[in-house]
Design a protein around this ligand. Sequence first.
Ligand code: NAP
Length: 310
Amino acid sequence: MPINILFAAQPDQWPTYNAPLKAACAALGLSAHIAQDIPPADVDYIVYAPNSPLKDFTPYTTTKAVLNLWAGVEAIVGNATLTHPLARMVDPGMTQSMAEWVTGHVMRYHLGMDRHIVNPDHQWQPHTPPLANERSVTVLGMGALGAAVGTALARIGFDVHGWSRRPKDIANLTTHHGADGLKAALSHAEILVLLLPNTAATENILDATAMAQLPRGAFVVNPGRGPLIDDTALLDALNTGQIAGATLDVFRIEPLPQEHLFWAHPAVTITPHVAAETRPHTAAQVIAENIRRGEAGEPFLHLVDRATGY
Ligand code: NAP
């Protein structure tokens, strides 16, 4: 009997994922039937995107796991019908993409590139930026993405500080943790990168109090989630100069409404949630490995902890 794998995402994703999923399952010797329409009682695994129309998991009585295509799970972690093991996406392609995106935006602020890129009056403005090892960068969130981003920035030479819920030991990074460690982490953030999940505990983590703890003139780069930031406090901090600029990839409402003040603020750069997409070829291999584990009775990788919400 083949393993029945339901692909539950937006239909336009099917042509992108169909062949990579089949190839990845075949490479692990899994006999898989992967389709967008399988009777619920026959489904062994669900490959899932939270924008799928599937919201009621009750009929999936024999399903062994729900394998999320996205890293963020805030849209489904509270679904009371989803009682199956739930794995979030940790995809090497997505991780590489995030490291590249953050490095690019951090380098823009570090080197002060804007003064040359946006120079309508053709001013000759020599400016020597500090070297990376003279600049401290803080990454909030030391998970799959934050640790990779911090490591990439440390490789360039930045003095990188990381912050997480639990203690961490990551080569070349200074780590802080817990509520007590946040102030110290923020105090080093000449450039602050937010890579926390969206949970009850992280909402508004960058509020007016936290912004006041940043070095004056800090820059903020947020590819994490919109609710991590108190939008009004950020606008206030930008207007007083406490924060010199912000690059925001994620927002409380997406697409960002036209009337939102971020669009008009000269010190805000908006990118349309593009920092790190799931990459089908590498993601399919991660999904196939989890299915192999499920079939072999081995523990699943990247399981979501319902209690913490990530
Ligand atoms: P992850 O591996 O689950 O890591 C989450 C990190 O946040 C962990 O280090 C965790 O601490 C820390 N954390 C969670 N709650 C905390 C709290 N209350 N206090 C302090 N630290 C806390 O997640 P990931 O794969 O790195 O992804 C992070 C987020 O990036 C996702 O949730 C998603 O929102 C966002 N994302 C955005 C894009 C995009 O394109 N913009 C793409 C992918 C992901 P511990 O290590 O101690 O558990």
